[in-house]
Design a protein around this ligand. Structure first.
Ligand SMILES: Nc1nc2c(c(=O)[nH]1)N[C@H]1C(S)=C(S)[C@@H](COP(=O)(O)O)O[C@H]1N2
Ligand SMILES: [Mo]
Length: 422
């Protein structure tokens, strides 16, 4: 066992030296540190004792050093934590898939516990035959698998009037991105047989709030999924176990959790109190309603206020996320000087429709202050607007659908702050 560790250490050292010798060194004198470093020269405690057995953790949690990578809520935002929201720690994640354990939650009457045995999904209204499916019934239909983001329409909503919350988690963390497995809603609607006059579906959850929403039939028959797995495993309770609706590209409030009923109708049903809340108030007092699609948006996740630069000047990885509810991200630009000069970032993988895209820009940081911004482009040709441009159209009274360009002021000491520039 001990010799095994020695081998690994040797290989690692050889690799570090090798990369320098090959002229591919990013960090210059990196290998020179090794000589006086006890972490390299001394045998460490973890190499002198045995680790946990395979029966220690039947279901694993992150290692204790990562306990700050968690969902957080903002206390003053809502009156209680039941009808409330928390935020994904996007400043500390990489890649694009959001682990369920730290994916933001939004509920209107708390996360309920509903067993598969007690699960029923009813389809009624303008159908040939009203139907009730059990969980087991749903498992017998052909399945599909897709990665989609889910963004609450209120994401970035606190930033309309001015820079407010200090961290990407709080300004942009009402979003998650998961790989869903489920049955197309279309399949279930066909099973029940929709009547010719049907134009909408009214979807409802089993929780006390029921979160009823109307979705146009065109969307319902297109790509909406009745999902029961996320990232390979069962949905977590807080994300709607055992079954939730996935409405790709559209605002989170339509993604009904603990899905219990689908009513086929010929007109949109006004839900209880909530529909009106997801309406944008414009400067002239009129409202913007039925704005379901989430426009293209992006944010630099690191460096950012909760993810400062701690290594001084030199090579710096700038990274972030971009997404569009209208299609795929084709390009992301990053500026270090508040929009005077833009550079095209590298996409970690080609943009996928209605899913998060990870971008990187590798720079040599001179240690001077930066005004960091990112700007997303999608395949409809749409370009993410500045805060000024968005305000010209939507005014200052809006809460929802704020997809403007975000600015982080990175100071010479590496700390970052949420600011607004004009
Ligand atoms: N049944 C039910 N579905 C619901 C809600 C709810 O309160 N009850 N909240 C909605 C809102 S406003 C959002 S943004 C998303 C959030 O999904 P999440 O909690 O999995 O992040 O769920 C939606 N579906
Ligand atoms: Mo939401």
């Amino acid at each position: 066992m001990a010799s095994n560790f020695t081998d690994k250490a040797t290989t690692r050292r050889a690799f570090l030296k090798g990369s320098v010798a090959a002229g591919g060194a990013v960090l210059g004198a990196g290998a020179a540190h090794a000589a006086g470093d006890p972490l390299i020269t001394e045998t460490q405690p973890w190499a002198m004792e045995l680790g946990d057995g395979v029966d220690a953790t039947p279901y694993g949690m992150p290692i204790r050093f990562e306990t700050d990578v968690v969902r957080r809520n903002v206390e003053w935002l809502t009156a209680d934590t039941i009808s409330s929201i928390n935020f994904t720690p996007i400043h500390a994640l990489d890649g694009t898939i959001t682990p369920q354990g730290c994916a933001f939650e939004r509920h209107h009457s708390g996360a309920i516990e509903l067993a598969k045995e007690d699960y029923r999904l009813m389809i009624n209204g303008l159908v040939e035959e009203e139907m009730v499916f059990t969980y087991q019934d749903l498992e017998r239909f052909p399945r599909e698998q897709h990665v989609y983001f889910c963004e609450c329409a209120a994401n970035t909503g606190m930033e309309w009037a001015g820079a407010q919350l200090n961290g990407a988690q709080f300004t942009h963390g009402m979003i998650h991105n998961m790989e869903y497995t489920g049955v197309p809603l279309r399949t279930l609607l066909k099973e029940a047989g929709i009547k010719t006059e049907s134009k909408w579906v009214f979807v409802e959850g089993a929780d006390a709030s029921s979160n009823g929403r109307s979705i146009p039939m065109e969307k319902a028959l297109d790509d909406v999924l009745v999902a029961f797995k996320a990232n390979g495993e069962a949905l977590r309770k807080e994300h709607g176990y055992p079954v939730r609706l996935v409405v790709p590209g559209w605002e989170g409030n339509m993604w009904v959790k603990w899905l219990r009923r689908i009513e086929v109708t010929d007109q949109a049903v006004e839900s209880r109190e909530e529909t009106s809340k997801y309406t944008d108030t414009l400067e002239d007092g009129t409202s913007r309603k039925w704005t379901w699609v989430m426009d293209a948006k992006s944010v630099v996740t690191s460096p950012s206020p909760q993810s400062p630069i701690t290594h001084g000047k030199g090579p710096l990885v700038i990274t972030g996320l971009a997404w569009s509810g209208r299609g795929s991200i084709t390009r992301v630009d990053v500026t270090l000087d508040g929009g005077k000069n833009w550079q095209q970032a590298r996409l970690a993988a080609p943009g996928q429709p209605m899913a998060l895209t990870r971008f990187y820009l590798d720079v040599e940081w001179d240690g001077e202050e930066m005004l960091l911004q990112s700007r997303a482009h999608d395949d409809t040709g749409y370009v993410q607007p500045t805060k000024e441009e968005l305000r010209e159209v939507r005014g200052l009274n809006s809460i929802y659908h704020n997809n403007c360009i975000q600015t982080w002021w990175v100071k010479p000491n590496g700390e970052a702050e949420n600011v607004e520039i004009s």
